[in-house]
Design a protein around this ligand. Sequence first.
Ligand SMILES: [Cu+2]
Length: 69
Amino acid sequence: MESKTVYIKGMNCMGCVSSIKNVLEKLPGVESAEVSLEDACVTIQYDAVSISVDQLKKAIDNAGFEAII
Ligand SMILES: [Cu+2]
């Protein structure tokens, strides 16, 4: 299991936090996603065999935010 912290632009409330968490945790290969509104980042535990950092970034971007890797 890999761990990656990704900075996110565009989060401004707890609604943003839960939508990012839900989007990421639905992806196959993602074990957990802990989002911090205060630090504007998410720490993702994932299986690098099933999903790439690029796919994680795309999922965040498609949810209407901007992931900075
Ligand atoms: Cu929000």
